[in-house]
Design a protein around this ligand. Structure first.
Ligand SMILES: Cc1cc2nc3c(=O)[nH]c(=O)nc-3n(C[C@H](O)[C@H](O)[C@H](O)COP(=O)(O)O)c2cc1C
Length: 480
């Protein structure tokens, strides 16, 4: 049975010692964030703050801050299965005739099982506030030089203005006053795309900010799913059961029925203000940049909601673990587009968009560069600054192995490519302009004669079978 809501996730984490309740009074202003960071840096548990100064609402943080917690939340220890299910769906033949349909019934019913289901009401419709305010929500200030308090784990729901395909993205929001906040959807993200379409037509865009939901729905908001895939459907694919939705009261959007809180409103393209600074997941304060204003029009909530939050800073913090699961779950999709890819890794220290290492089964000259170019054209991988491509015998998760490959199989002049004036992650502190900079590709695969390598390829030093067998047989006698 898929986890139904955040409360059930909390119970499950607590049962296996992955969550600690904090009863001491704590302050949403800086104190909670520092506790969460220290706990994450020492691989500690999720924290549930029951007594937050000046607020009635408990705060949950670091809930996804270990692979074990993510395995519990997403109910699998094989995250690749998530992406594999999407790949399998693309291979599914849709039957036309009645007999064909009957034959395919089991497969088709799986599709309807994972589709979102609209309900009249749900836990989140228990209370509706028509004079809404951010003031009763324990929104954290996380770093002392942050411009304000920020909602950091809101799932921002919008729909594509032309196709109605629903999106969820985690975009931080800087509180301005009781009913206004800045929406930090970066230019390349789907929420910003929906907004741009509305802006071009001279309209505001309706938005719902979902705070707290079942783990699969939270994960789907962070996941860079293929264009056109409805994120509510993706949540159903992830948890193998469709999520339940309800309609918002003041905007024409559907939201998960099991949410803790939903902040309804709109973003107005004619009201742009400076957002930031904000202590970011690069480890630096992102300086102020212009972003549009969200206006709160209503709040739907449970009687006793939990405020889900997260804290970012220099890696490795909670988002690193979510990123690891994205890396694992999207590998099957990467392989669908680039079949020679064997494995893929985005080291957490490179804050994900910074660097990726890809191993391939190379068959022809120049193939490593072909893979780089393919991946730089694939969704959010377009924002990755550095790609290193290695052969399949190199372990992409072992930086020693990767450095060995770079230093023994690549020559700087022959194997490095730099492409200027490309899209970069908005948060990249080093790019010459916000959103524009260069890419570095390192082909660290073994070069062949066809690739201009005229020397003999040197043989790898590997132990011979006889010596290996002798040492294996006598190993315990050495007393090592
Ligand atoms: C904790 C956390 C905070 C994030 N904050 C932002 C943000 O403020 N702005 C943004 O554009 N992306 C942010 N992201 C990344 C997006 O949520 C992510 O790229 C997602 O795939 C966007 O989805 P979309 O392209 O489908 O809209 C954040 C991710 C995490 C895990």
């Amino acid at each position: 049975m898929a986890i139904e809501d955040l409360g059930e996730f909390v119970e499950k984490l607590e049962k296996v010692g992955e969550l600690r309740r904090i009863k001491t009074q704590v302050d949403a202003n800086l104190e909670i964030a520092e506790i969460l960071r220290r706990t994450m840096y020492s691989n500690g548990p999720a924290l549930y703050f029951e007594n937050v100064k000046n607020y009635d609402m408990p705060v949950l943080g670091n809930a996804f801050g270990s692979l074990k917690r993510l395995e519990i939340g997403l109910e699998t220890d094989d995250f690749a299965q998530i992406g594999q299910r999407i790949v399998d769906m693309t291979k599914m033949e849709i039957p036309t005739g009645i007999f064909e349909k009957i034959k395919k019934l089991p497969e088709l019913s799986k599709m309807t099982d994972i589709a979102p289901k609209l309900q009249k009401s749900g836990p989140v419709t228990e209370i509706f506030e028509d004079s809404p305010s951010f003031d009763k929500i324990p929104i954290l200030k996380t770093w002392h030089k942050d411009a304000e308090r920020f909602i950091t784990f809101g799932l921002i729901a919008t729909k594509h203005p032309d196709t109605d395909v629903r999106n969820l993205g985690v975009y931080r929001m800087q509180i301005l006053d009781s009913t206004h906040a800045l929406m930090h959807w970066q230019k390349h993200k789907r929420g910003a795309h929906h907004y741009d379409i509305k802006k071009d037509a001279g309209n505001k865009i309706e938005v719902a900010v979902i705070i707290g939901a079942d783990p699969a729905t939270v994960f789907s908001a962070v996941a860079p799913v293929p264009e056109g895939l409805d994120k509510y459907l993706f949540a159903g694919i992830t948890r193998k059961t469709g999520i339940k939705t309800v309609k918002c009261k003041t905007v024409d959007l559907e939201v998960p029925a099991n949410a803790e809180l939903v902040l309804e409103g709109y973003v107005d393209p004619s009201d742009i203000r400076m957002e930031g600074p904000f202590g970011d997941h690069t480890g630096y304060y992102t300086p102020p940049e212009p972003y549009p204003v969200f206006t709160l029009t209503g709040i739907m909530r449970r009687q006793k909601p939990i405020y889900l939050t997260t804290v970012v800073g220099k890696p490795i913090l909670e988002d690193a673990f979510i990123g690891k699961v994205i890396e694992r779950s999207f590998l099957p999709l990467i392989k669908m587009f680039q079949p020679e890819v064997v494995d893929f890794s985005m080291p957490a220290a490179g804050w994900f968009q910074g660097m990726a290492i890809i191993s391939i089964k190379k068959r022809y000259p120049g193939q490593a560069k072909k893979v780089m170019m393919g991946l730089w054209g694939l969704g959010q991988l377009a924002l990755t600054k550095i790609f290193v491509v290695v052969d399949e015998d190199v372990n992409v998760h072992d930086m020693n192995d990767v450095i060995w490959a770079i230093t023994t199989r690549s020559d700087a002049a022959r194997d490095v490519i730099i492409i200027n004036n490309t899209p970069t992650d908005t948060l990249d502190p080093a790019s010459p302009l916000v959103n524009l900079g260069s890419k570095l590709g390192i082909d660290a695969t073994q070069k062949t004669k066809e690739e201009g390598y005229q020397r003999e390829i040197q043989e790898l030093v590997l132990v011979d079978e006889d010596t290996k067998n002798i040492v294996d047989a006598k190993w315990s006698s050495y007393g090592i």
